[in-house]
Each structure stands twice: as C-alpha cells, then as structure tokens.
Ligand binder design. Sequence first.
Ligand code: FAD
Ligand code: SF4
Length: 500
Amino acid sequence: MTIGVWILGDQLIENHPILAELEANKKEVIVILIESLNHIKKRNYHQQKLIFIWSAMRHYAEELRINNWQINYQIVENFDEGLFNTIQKYSLTEIRTITPCDRTFLQSIKNLKLNCEVKLYPNPNFLWQPEEFKQWADKRKRLILEDFYRESRKRWQILLTENNQPVGGKWNLDKENRKPPKNNLSPPQPLVFKLDNITKKVIEKVNKLDIKTYGNSDKFNWAVTRKDALKVLDNFINYRLEKFGTYQDAMITNQEFMWHSLISPYLNVGLLQPLEVIKTVERAYYEKSFPLNSVEGFIRQILGWREYMYGIYHYVEEDYFQANWFNHQHPLPSFFWDSNQAKMNCLKQVLKQTENTGYAHHIQRLMIISNYALIKGISPQEIENWFHSAYIDAYDWVMQTNVLGMGQFADGGLLASKPYASSANYINKMSDYCSNCSYNPKEKTTENACPFNYLYWDFLARHEEKLRSQGRMNLVLKHLEKMSPDELNKIHNLASSTIE
Ligand code: FAD
Ligand code: SF4
C-alpha cells in the first residue's frame, strides 16, 4: 500500500501532522507538491507572490528530501493532472491532505474523480477549526470580535492572571495605541535575505511567464524557509514590538513597514504557526518587560482578528463573495494597476510600495485603498480581485472577510459595526502624505479640493437612508443634514465628474 501525502503551497508546516503520523512508514509514502499554471491564470498575481510560494514550496520539498521522504514535485497545467500522474506512477491507494483554507478549493478537491480515497485532516494553520467557531457563533445574537477575542484568550490561556482575568486589568488597550506619526520617526529596517539558487531559478521562471502579472520582482526580500521566517519573528520582537502598538496606524512616506511584524505571509503558508508566535510574544513580555499596549495589541491581531476572519469566512453563506449591500458598480480605475498614473499622493505612495513589495500595512490597506474604493463606489468584487492579486499574503479566506466585509461593508454590517469610510482628515492626521500632494486636504468643493473629501460626503449623501439603519453613523449624518443644498450639489458634481 502506497499513500500519497499532498501538501498544498499554503501548508508548508514544519511538524506536518500527516507526515508525523506516517514517520515510521516513510518508504510507503510519496509526498506530492504541485505547481499549477492554470491556478495562477485566474488573476494578475503579484510577481513576488508567485516567487514566494514557489520558492517556499521548493525549499520545503528539499528539506523533506534531506529527511528521507520520497518527493514527487510536479510542475503542470492543473492540480488534477498532477494528482492523476502520481496515482498512476506510484499506484497510490490513498491520498491524504490537510483541509484547504479556501472553500472553493475544498469543493474542487471533493469534486475530483480520483480512483483512490482522499482523506482530509484538520488545518493547523488556525487555532479555531470552522466547526468550533460555528459552535461559538451559533450561541450568539450578534457576532462581536471583542467577545471572540476574550474567549480565545481564555481558551488558550494567554496574558491571563491566575483568576482568568486579563493581565494589567483590561482586555483591550487599544486606546493607548494608534498615535499619529511624529517628525523624525525612524522605524527599523527589515532583515535582508540573500537570494539562493532555488529562489533565483524561480525568479527566472516568473520573469519568463507568458501570463499577465502585477508588480515587480526586483526587490524580492521575503523569507522562503521556516528558518528565515523565524528570524523575521525574532527581529520583530527585538526591534519592532516595543513601538508596534503606539504607531500601529501611522503612515510615513517611504517607510513601508513601520513597526509591523511582516509575518502574515509566513503564518498564511504555515511556515510560522499562530500559537508559537503568540506564545513567543507573550514570553517576551514577561521576560523583557515590553509595553503591554504593544504586546496585547499584537496578540489581539492574531488570536483575535486572524482567527475571527477565518471563522467568519467559513460561517457565512457560500454566496458571501457576491455581497454588494450598497450596489456599487464603478469599475476599478486603471491607476490601481500602474501607480504612475495615480495623482492622489496617498494612493500613489501605497500603490507604489505595493508594486515594489507586495505589502502594505493594515491602515494603508483599510483607510487609503479600501476607503477610497468604498466612497468612490467601486464594485466590491473588482476591488477584492485587485487585493487578491496585489498582496503577498492574500488568500480567499482572508480577502472575502477583510475586503468585502471590513473594507467595503458589502455584507451590510455582519462583520463591521459601521463602514470604514473617512475624509482626508484622517489621512492628514495619520500620515505625512498630504504635505506632498497637489490636492488640499482641508478643501471640499474648490478646484484643488481633496477627492477624499467630496467623495466621502457624496457617499454619505448617496446612501443616507441605508446608513441611518446603522446606529453608529447618526453623528456624522447630523453634519450632512447641516450642509446646504448648494454645497451638496457642488460636492455631488465634483464626485460625479472627477477622474480620480
Ligand atoms: P501586523 O500588523 O504585524 O499584524 C500581525 C498579524 O496579525 C498579521 O501578520 C496577521 O496575521 C494578523 N492580522 C491582523 N489583522 C488581521 C485581519 N484583519 N485579518 C487577518 N489577519 C490579521 N491579511 C492577510 O493576511 N492577507 C490579506 O490579504 C489581507 N488583506 C487585507 C485587506 C484589507 C482591505 C484589510 C483591511 C486587511 C487585510 N489583511 C490581510 C489584514 C492585515 O492588514 C494584514 O494581515 C497585515 O497588514 C499583514 O502585515 P503584518 O504581518 O506586518 O501585520
Ligand atoms: Fe490623499 Fe487628499 Fe491627502 Fe492628497 S490631500 S494625500 S489625495 S488625502
């Protein structure tokens, strides 16, 4: 009996649960990894995303080979072909794989007509399995992140006193976080990784691909092995964690990474595991006395937000991806694919950095790019597709919840309690982008008024009725009521005629 263990590109886990189970029978096991070209034709993926995944897969396969596993690494048009080839070549009687995170991919595995059994295992890249999240969610009237986060803290015993109370007395220290950037802040630079032969070969392959891609590969600087991903985590703890909370939302020109951890690509492909990251950061808090606002704030991102997003993705109906509560239909402007065409400085900066790195931090994604798409009225599906193409850490599970739910409010408030829409005020306060922009962040209706201002007020006016049903919008709608018809008219004309 020969068993195939199929390892997907986002399941590069060191202590792989299926391999651990089969360790004693290595000779009867074929480990399958498949690079599929069809899979990447679905959208214009960032070149660095392709390099990252393929290089990480090839390194992972090499490490398994060194540990005496038999590897069948295939580069084929599609996954079915790769599996059929292996079943035939090795007369496999069974294929075992970890349940994919993405619902559509899981369905396509279930639809495969293979002449051997496929056995699915729970996915260890998340602490809450979908059934566990469902049990938690089914008991509640409303789903609220804070409730889930507290439950998670208790379940995994993180930052708790002996009486199961939060260390420091509060569950959430967000009020101490999110300071605007001060002058002369100099965030630490990220680690630099030298390209080895495996990565160089993958870069060559990606550069020769006869399909449309996004961004560039010149500045590829992501870890592609667990060893290097651990170095990124270590670097974060030593040089970034201290100020993580304080400047979590700040944005500075040419400072792409600020005090963020840069570990999402590794968590999402299994090179780092969520509990090990959380425990390492918790340990650093006790051993090195890092500020609690930073430690709690960071742990909440992973133990709270990341798990919550994954749970919600599996909890909602299958047609969630089509959600469009505001019925936004505007097409995505072409400058999203080429930052040189963007005139608004905040967008230009974030788009340029995305092209160069495949990365933007949370507030850049939420309050610049997604905020713009929301108030402009861009189709949620078009902006979701762009996010999915552009970011190094993007997958279906994390896109639908973050972009459609949190960013575009396309689910009508299932995930967020109000739309993340804002005028230039927020961007001007939290970044230095406006000081270098041809638009004026203080103006709403003049010739060089910032588009974020008139698009924002026009968005509120267009959807006033719907927004009234969201209690948390009433204060801002009161400001709208005070605007004269003449001012609203000017705002509407600017919003409808702008090319931005
Ligand atoms: P840090 O700021 O250092 O945060 C630590 C970790 O917390 C992250 O690595 C991530 O694993 C986790 N995290 C924090 N917030 C979230 C969240 N809302 N959802 C899931 N995980 C979270 N995250 C992705 O992993 N992939 C995406 O494609 C992605 N797209 C996003 C799109 C939009 C519109 C928004 C608003 C958020 C998106 N996020 C996404 C969440 C978050 O912005 C990124 O996880 C984070 O910027 C990654 O950088 P970092 O590792 O330096 O994060
Ligand atoms: Fe962005 Fe407006 Fe500021 Fe320019 S003025 S950077 S468009 S918010």
